[in-house]
Design a protein around this ligand. Structure first.
Ligand code: FES
Length: 338
């Protein structure tokens, strides 16, 4: 145990040796900035004022550059304190919902096509979270928690998640063997992650999702619709083929019912011939070819790192500010995997 002082916050915190600096702060309710908790987004950057840290490998070098390291900056999600430390960090303003661990009953498990399952759970008590946030699943059968974004807007009795099925995936296998099924109790912890996208704003919003990255995008779109927002929202959904469009249907219908929302699926592996009349190719290629100027637009991206990095470059080239682009990258299976 070491002491952790955050400049500007009164008492030092006790930092457990086996928890990252970020987790130690979140455990004690400090409103730290963060999103991915795996070195992918850079939102948890802080300045080391004094003390020593041990750095975990695996941070994205495009996000955490040698120049930042040389300037004494570190990613709080990727470092452990190895002595008493003092750090400087811009704390989040606003109403971060409290993070807690709780049990929820699985109310339904539904399969969409061959690669996706939707799992719906009902917590025992009403839960506060923001659209775009995610929860950890703590399963006794798995050695580490898995993270999934809520796929529906807050305010309902249930939370919906999308699980991508893949061979050897811990949660995938449990669901496919029905060892995780309706009626079971699931232990969740959260909500975690970004909640600072200003959904009440009026600037145009572009959302780009890859695969089950559609989950937080759907939650944000539902929140906007429920709030009566009239802002222009364009959603681009990169999927492999028509098999993956099943779970996008309700979002597609929502957008069709909202005059200011637009939904554009782009299929990368739909075989020819096929009844598919829509866009083909990578969603990034489609964006590069069809997007007009994005000066003043806000963006929310969720999907694999390559899709996100390319989309950021496209949006910046079209005039969007990097600070207006919010990202939720999939991490390698096991952490923030969706
Ligand atoms: S890099 Fe630390 S929260 Fe994303």
């Amino acid at each position: 145990m070491h002491s952790l002082i955050i400049e500007g916050i009164g008492a030092p915190l006790d930092a457990a040796d086996d928890r990252t600096v970020l987790d130690n702060c979140l455990d004690r309710g400090v409103p730290m900035p963060y999103n991915c908790r795996s070195g992918e987004c850079g939102e948890c950057l802080a300045q080391l004022v004094s003390g020593r840290l041990q750095e975990l490998p695996g941070a994205d070098p495009a996000i955490y550059t040698p120049a930042l390291r040389d300037a004494g900056m570190f990613l709080t999600c990727m470092c452990y304190a190895t002595s008493d430390i003092t750090i400087r960090v811009p704390l989040r303003a606003g109403d971060a919902p409290p993070i807690r661990q709780f049990d929820a009953v699985i109310t339904s498990v539904a399969r969409f096509g061959t690669r996706t399952m939707r799992v719906e759970v009902r917590p025992q008590a009403p839960l506060v979270y923001h659209a775009g946030q995610y929860f950890e699943w703590h399963l006794p059968q798995l050695s580490a928690p898995r993270s999934y974004s809520a796929a529906n807007a807050p305010g309902s009795e249930t939370i919906e998640f999308l699980v991508r099925l893949h061979e050897g995936g811990g949660v995938s296998e449990l669901l496919q063997r029905a060892e995780l099924a309706a009626g079971d109790i699931l232990t969740l912890k959260g909500p975690f992650g970004s909640y600072d996208l200003d959904v009440s704003g009026e600037r145009p919003l572009i959302m780009v999702a890859g695969g089950t990255g559609l989950a937080p995008v759907k939650a944000i779109a539902e929140s906007l619709a429920a709030s009566g927002s009239r802002r222009s929202v364009s959603i681009y959904f990169g999927a492999r083929d028509r098999d993956e469009l099943g779970y996008a249907r309700s979002l597609h219908e929502l957008c069709a019912s909202q005059p200011s929302m637009r939904f554009a699926p782009v299929l990368s592996h739909e075989p020819e011939p096929s009844p598919w009349q829509g866009a083909r190719g990578l969603v990034t290629e489609h964006l590069a070819a069809t997007l007009g100027d994005q000066f003043g637009a806000q963006a929310y991206l969720c999907g694999p790192p390559q899709m996100i990095n390319q989309t950021i470059a496209i949006l910046e080239a079209k005039g969007a500010m990097r600070s207006d682009i919010h990202c939720d990258k999939f991490s390698p299976a096991g952490s923030h995997g969706h």
